[in-house]
Every structure is written in C-alpha cells, then in structure tokens.
Design a protein around this ligand. Structure first.
Ligand code: MLT
Ligand code: MN
Ligand code: ZN
Length: 302
C-alpha cells in the first residue's frame, strides 16, 4: 500500500500568508534552500485509485490538482477520495471538508466522538455540510477498522495527550479522543506505520506503539519549545499548542533514537522551524539520527 503526503506543513502552511519570519520571507525571495509546503494531510491507497484522505486540509483543492492520482475520472462526477478520516478537529485538518461539498453522495467521515462533537458545536461544519452532500458518520473508538476499498488495511486509533482546537470548549481540559494517532497496518505484509501529526506527550502507550512500527510519520511542528516566542511570532510555547519539539532532553529526536523503525519521518512542520532549510545545521543533525523531513508529494510504500 501507498501513503502519499499531500501536505507536510502545520497550520498556516509554508510560506504563511501574513508571516515574514526568516523562513517565510526567505522562501518568497528565493534566498533560502527550501520548498513551499501545504497544510497537513496524507492519503492512503492500495490500488492507486481509491484513497482514504486523512485530514481535509484548507489546501485540499491545490493538493488534488498537484496529485492527479486522486482523480481517476471513472464518471462525469467522480473522485478517488472514498472516505475521510480526521486526526483532530483543528482548522488545518478539517476545513477542507467544505471544499468537498459537491460530492454526489454523502461523504463517509471517520472521527472520534470528541471530534464529531467539536464539528457539531464549536465549528459546526457538519451542520453546514448537511445542506450540501452531507456526511455519513463513522465514530472511531477502541476497535480497529477496515474501510471497504482498503480491504487489506487495518486502522487503529491511539488516544494522544495533546490539545483540542483553540475554539473548542475543551481546549484547556483535553479529553482522550480530542487528538489521535493512527496505526496503519498492511495485512498483506504485516508492516505497520504510525501517523501522529499532533503528538504532545509521548506516553508509555504511544512509545510502545511507536516501538512496534516500521514507519513513523510524526509531529515535526517545532524544533524548540520557545521557537515562536524567540522569533516574535506568538506568545505560545510548543507545549501550549500540544506539540513535542524535536530538540532538547525528552524531545522527539531522543524519542526516535529509541525506536527501531526503518523510516522516521517528521511531518506537520511549522513555517518557523529551522529544519525547513535544506542546508541548516538542524537538518544535518536530523540526518545523522536517520530522521527524514516530509515534503509535499512524498510517497511511502508500506
Ligand atoms: C496546530 O496543530 O497546533 C495547528 O497547526 C495550529 C493551527 O492550525 O492554527
Ligand atoms: Mn495543526
Ligand atoms: Zn513564517
């Protein structure tokens, strides 16, 4: 099976519309070695025609244009997207649902009860979509699921300690299910991937799942805890936003060093992160630890 990275950036994308940080300004001017990135989404397929979209990014239309494999054109109105699964209810992961409203049938949507709650209440996208294609709700719980066209793929949810979206009434008291990681198991060859773009705290459970994975596709948002503060971009730390930074004691690099996975890939990268520069020392350090940085269009075989 194939995992296709549609968007490898965190909320805001790279460059971000209103940002003049060194990375965003440098990319616009063409003075740094870096590539533009759209907001956070991946797609999974076994046959290259039917795709499970994981997260619906605000950049979905651009992503679909850049990836014709998701448009197999089998009918006058058609899409390769057979269903959407959400990792959380954050703006950068859900607002693309509105762009899929022209579907000719209700959209099969997989999410936790907590995410369905936020999308019915704080950000009532489901009610809005009800006036268009509508959604077919599938609540994700403890058990593993298989979606019809991806018959050889087993998907299992891992509850993460992270953050509900800023608009959510649960922002400061997050519940299990506000934010999930996803185990993707290829039943044909037994290989496993773990996808977690919003990994705040690596609990023992999470570390166990990561330790049993062949491919890790995990939170690459920030290099350091105070990166946004130091650059004058925001008053928020990585922890306040529910993200584990890469550097420092207890950071993502240390965590990944303990993992036997053949591929360790950072995804959901914020535009302030120095690893976006291909010639940055931080990037070289990642390479020495065997850690890759996802890019839009990256394909991973599982
Ligand atoms: C996050 O994951 O914290 C988001 O990227 C923030 C946002 O979308 O504004
Ligand atoms: Mn995000
Ligand atoms: Zn920026």
């Amino acid at each position: 099976m194939k995992i296709l990275v549609l968007g490898s950036a965190a909320g805001g994308g790279f460059p971000q519309w209103n940002c003049n940080c060194g990375n965003c300004a440098g990319l616009r001017r063409g003075t740094i070695a870096a590539s533009a990135r759209t907001q956070s989404s991946i797609a999974l397929s076994e046959n290259g025609q039917d795709w499970l979209l994981v997260n619906a990014s605000p950049d979905i239309l651009v992503q679909l244009r850049a990836n014709p494999a998701l448009q197999p054109a089998r009918a006058v109105r058609d899409s390769g997207i057979c269903a959407v699964l959400l990792m959380d209810a954050q703006i950068d992961h859900v607002t693309g649902l509105l762009m899929l409203r022209e579907r000719t049938a209700p959209l099969p949507l997989y999410a936790t009860a907590q995410v369905f709650g936020d999308l019915s209440d704080g950000l009532p996208l489901l009610r809005v979509l009800g006036a268009y294609c509508g959604v077919e709700r599938h609540v994700l719980g403890e058990g593993a699921v298989t979606l019809a066209p991806l018959a050889e793929t087993l998907l299992a949810v891992v509850a993460l300690v992270s953050k509900a979206p800023p608009y959510s009434p649960h922002r400061e008291a997050p519940r299990p299910g506000d934010n999930i990681g996803l185990v993707i198991l290829n039943r044909t060859n037994g290989r496993r991937a773990f996808y977690a773009p919003g990994l705040g705290v690596p609990t023992d459970d999470v570390a166990r799942v990561m330790g049993a994975s062949d491919v890790l596709l995990v939170d690459g948002t920030f290099w350091s805890e105070d990166e946004m503060i130091v650059q004058g971009l925001s008053a928020k730390t990585a922890a306040m936003m529910g993200h584990l930074p890469q550097s420092g004691p207890g950071g993502m690099i240390e965590l990944l060093d303990r993992m036997p996975a053949a591929r360790k890939i950072l995804i959901h990268i914020n535009n302030s992160n120095p690893i976006l520069r291909e010639d940055a020392p931080q990037r070289a350090l990642l390479a020495r630890h065997g850690i890759e940085v996802a890019w839009d269009g990256m394909e991973i075989d599982l």
